[in-house]
Design a protein around this ligand. Structure first.
Ligand SMILES: [Fe+2]
Length: 472
């Protein structure tokens, strides 16, 4: 794990890890530049926005209480609203001032008796602060516990639990299935016998259908998975947990995982349509949160992933380290080629810049050959200070960067009728460290030139993921 060091002064981006208490609705944000008149719909984002409960501090960035943000575009104008995701976790934190459910790295205060009780009858929180998804006409905020929360995309009011995955752990990075309009996702079933599972859920369904079960002794940490037109791909890093020991350990969730690099990383394949197990590939140990894209190339598979040498990134994302400007490892966008003929895995670095929170023209390119990926990048002495476009064919990059501005995930919105893969805009929430507020940045996705920016009346704590939902 990387060292947690402190520097004398807080970094310029420290504001991004401060609580935001204001919940507002602004009918028309001040805009400089000109929003495209074709941009119609909402950017919906979730992320941690409150980092204490009563007297207790959350320990890790991922523990913060979920808040939803909405930027709604129509006729060249944009409105904004934000609201805590008011489920049972928010009730405990906001109304009772307590942490009632286990978070990623912060636990409720519990006795051993209570922990054992939890083993047999787990109660999960619903702090869905990682990603949002549109499933048919439903909008859902998601995290890695099984509890997703449906919400109203206009008012951001929570509207109950839409479905339960077939396991105790899942991902907030489901893939959409073009053929059904539904979703594919992963779940880990923990118990005397552990299983990795993949499941499908139709656009209107409440009951998931398990596609595949893969028995496993220990359970690896899974944040996202790969998809090609033929395969679902689980990258199993050698960072795993024995679930029974986890419950008994008394340590928060993430602190139970062990890094065992000698085991290497495995790619486990499942046929998307039949659920049949495909071949297993082995490669060097590495860690990742995010697959960027994947595709079949004849019988080979190509997988592009933002990789790290080890899981020290998770340690670096404790709030004490982030607020002190401590080091954060940077990621390498790596292409893996899995050869069906030889069973070999080869990998290469695609671009020189660090590349995280990667997005693609998902509707057109998900699981298919593609050319453009957009993400956030970092300079040598700072963190998430730029937006990068990667041309993964030419291995070329374009970067947007401004001193004192810290952008989040760039979400691509395609121009209606577009022919080119990068014909559209990127939508990124940017912290202006000088003013202590955030703005929505709209860039031309082709060359990263600025199209417009819309000023938000407060800072928006750094968030993870969002989706653009075009108006229908
Ligand atoms: Fe993520």
């Amino acid at each position: 794990m990387s060292a947690t060091t402190t520097s004398a002064a807080p970094p310029a981006y420290a504001k991004g890890f401060e609580t935001l208490s204001d919940e507002v609705v602004v009918d028309r944000l001040p805009v400089s530049g000109a929003l495209p008149t074709w941009l119609a719909g909402s950017l919906l984002r979730t992320g941690p926005a409150k980092f204490e409960a009563g007297e207790r501090q959350m320990r890790h960035w991922f523990d913060g209480l979920a808040m939803l943000h909405r930027f709604t575009f129509a006729d060249g104008a944009v409105s904004y609203g934000n609201r805590y995701l008011r489920g049972r976790t928010a009730h405990a934190v906001l109304d009772e001032g307590r942490i009632a459910y286990p978070e990623f790295a912060t636990d409720p205060c519990r006795t051993l008796f209570r922990r054992v009780q939890t083993l047999f009858a787990p109660t999960f929180g619903d702090n869905a602060n990682v990603n949002v998804m549109r499933l048919g006409e439903r909008f859902v905020s998601m995290t890695e516990t099984p509890i997703s929360v449906q919400f109203d995309p206009d008012t951001l009011e929570a509207a109950g639990v839409p479905f339960m995955p077939p396991g105790q752990l899942t991902t907030a990075h489901p893939h959409l299935d073009r053929e059904t309009g539904g979703m594919l996702n992963y779940a880990a079933k923990l118990g005397p016998r552990n299983e990795y599972r993949f499941f499908a859920l139709g656009p209107d369904d409440a009951e998931p259908r398990v596609l595949a079960r893969i028995p496993t002794k220990n359970v690896g940490y899974v944040h996202s998975f790969g998809l090609t037109e033929r395969w679902i791909v689980l990258a199993e890093f050698p960072w795993a947990v024995n679930p029974l020991r986890m419950i008994a350990s008394g340590r928060p969730f993430v602190e139970n995982f062990r890094w065992e690099p000698e085991r290497g990383t495995r790619f486990l394949l499942v046929d998307r349509r039949t659920g049949a197990h495909g071949p297993t590939f082995a490669t060097d140990p590495f860690f990742a949160f995010h697959h960027v894209n994947g595709y079949d190339d004849g019988d080979d598979l190509v997988l592009d992933i933002s990789t790290y040498a080890d899981p020290s990134l998770v340690q670096a994302l404790y709030l004490d380290n982030l607020r002190a400007g401590g080091p954060v490892p940077s990621s390498e966008l790596r292409r893996f080629r899995l050869s069906a003929a030889t069973g070999d895995v080869r990998h290469e670095r695609l671009v020189a810049e660090p590349f995280e929170l990667g997005r693609i023209n998902y509707g057109r390119c998900n699981a298919r050959p593609y050319r453009c990926a957009w993400g956030v990048t970092s300079g040598p002495d700072t963190w998430l200070d730029g937006i990068v476009k990667a041309d993964v064919e030419e291995r070329a990059t374009t970067v947007w960067r401004e001193a004192g501005r810290f952008p989040g995930e760039p979400v691509f919105a395609a121009r209606p009728g577009a022919e080119d893969e990068d014909d559209g805009v990127l939508l990124s929430v940017v912290l202006d460290a000088d003013r202590g507020t955030s703005f929505l940045l709209v860039l031309d996705a082709a060359d990263l030139s600025e199209v417009a920016r819309a000023e938000v009346p407060h800072h928006i704590p750094f968030s993870f993921h969002g989706q653009f939902a075009a108006r229908r």
